[in-house]
Write a protein that binds this ligand. Structure first.
Ligand code: PLP
Length: 394
């Protein structure tokens, strides 16, 4: 067995031992620095994907790495039977940055959304009793991979194999106010949405539709839940994507970029839902883990700063303008450093593979190319990455 362990290369080991739930690219990433990743052969890649928007400060940012290492060496985990200073400091900072009264901390986007769904149902049950448990979600949305969040996800491709799905989700067409009105009946306790549908192809909601959600929900005491797992923590050039629409939902979920590449999710609530979760109603062993909190504090020190945020917005505009000069680009969508690119004739997956060959990491979403670079990316590397992309799109 010893021989086998030393003979197999990394990819063979994956193929032997890791379940085949992902289509991976043929590269073993080994190290990273700022906005560049390095593979096991020493080849460098400019990273326009940042681990699907998680490495918000790039790879191994100095202050972030120092804070994380210091935390690992002082206390790495306690469970939620105890208090820790680092979780308290993080919660205070996040509450201030998001303008939300309080939060439940967990480990992923799906888990944050599960919490939001539980809060919405219990809020309604506490106040109105049974029968008001349905949650409206949007067609083409994405809310996660657990059974409940898959059920919430408004894309039929995800509704296979795993029957029965969780009841109580009603899909409304995005930007269709009449459809929303028709389905917002007295069985509904919440409307859950992404301001910009990320996995759905970087598709922003229209302001009018967002206005209608908030107006109709307020009239009926129906909660608004904004899934900001991808759009939150500075990604769109504001701390929350809702700030671009002048709106704050009753419940906001965050994950991906929040701790700079360490697993963390957060479900934030305003005054209305602050007291819904009582002892014993919800939990998560690792939730609010000190290492994640230490990393997240360093992310907030930057991502909650208005100057940093305006730089993110500037970089986003700069990239979008450059992309629009490429003849093969049909359209550019998104906000800040969350960018979708629709191509005229070329296939996005082919471009992603070719980009890898040429030292550039990018993402796709549906039929589009998707860029989620680290928020700290330099203009130099933006230019170099865009040069590679422009060449591939010739
Ligand atoms: C990625 C994503 C999720 C799921 O997050 P996980 O951490 O993978 O569970 C949920 N909602 C949105 C909008 C996302 O982009």
């Amino acid at each position: 067995m010893q021989a086998e362990r030393t003979d197999m290369n990394t990819i063979d080991k994956f193929n032997s031992h890791i379940m085949g739930s992902y289509g991976r690219l043929n590269v073993v990433l080994d190290k990273g620095e700022d906005d560049k990743a390095v593979d096991e052969n020493g080849k460098t890649y400019i990273d326009f994907g940042s681990g699907i928007g998680t490495n918000s400060l790039g790879y191994c940012n100095k202050e972030w790495a120092d804070a994380v290492c210091e935390q690992v060496r002082s206390i790495q985990h306690t469970s939620n039977y105890y208090y820790t200073k680092v979780q308290a400091e993080f919660a205070e900072r996040l509450s201030e940055a998001a303008g939300m009264k309080n939060m439940f901390l967990c480990n992923s986007g799906a888990e944050a959304n599960e919490c939001a769904i539980k809060i919405a149902r219990k809020y309604s049950f506490d106040k109105y009793g049974k029968g008001r448990h349905n949650i409206i979600t949007l067609v083409n949305s994405f809310h996660g991979r657990t059974l409940c969040t898959l059920s919430a996800t408004g894309q039929d491709v995800f509704h296979n194999y795993f029957f029965p799905f969780v009841d109580g989700f009603i899909n409304v067409e995005a930007n269709n106010i009449e459809d929303l009105k028709a389905k917002l009946d007295d069985t509904v306790c919440a409307v859950m949405f992404e301001y910009i549908q990320g996995e759905g192809g970087v598709v922003p909601l229209r302001q009018k539709f967002v206005d209608a959600i908030f107006e109709l929900c307020a009239e009926r005491d129906v909660l608004t839940i904004s899934d900001e797992v991808q759009t939150g923590v500075g990604r769109t050039g504001k701390f929350l994507a809702g700030d671009n629409f002048g709106k704050k939902a009753d419940i906001i979920t965050l994950a991906k970029g929040i701790a700079g590449g360490i697993p963390m999710g957060a479900c934030l609530s305003g005054d209305k839902c602050a007291g819904v979760l009582t002892p014993g109603t919800h939990g998560s062993t690792f939730g609010g883990n000190p290492i994640a909190c230490a990393g997240a504090i360093e992310v907030l020190k930057k991502a909650a700063d208005p100057i940093f945020l305006s730089q993110v917005a500037d970089k986003g505009r700069y990239i979008a303008e450059k992309l629009k000069e490429i003849p093969e680009v049909e359209s550019v969508t998104g906000m800040g450093l969350m960018i979708g690119i629709k191509l005229k004739t070329k296939n996005a997956k082919d471009i992603l593979n070719a980009a890898l060959e040429h030292g550039l990491l990018i993402l796709t979403a549906k039929e589009k190319l998707r860029l989620l670079p680290p928020l700290t990316i330099s203009y130099e590397d933006i230019d170099r990455g865009l040069e590679i992309l422009a060449e591939l799109l010739k």
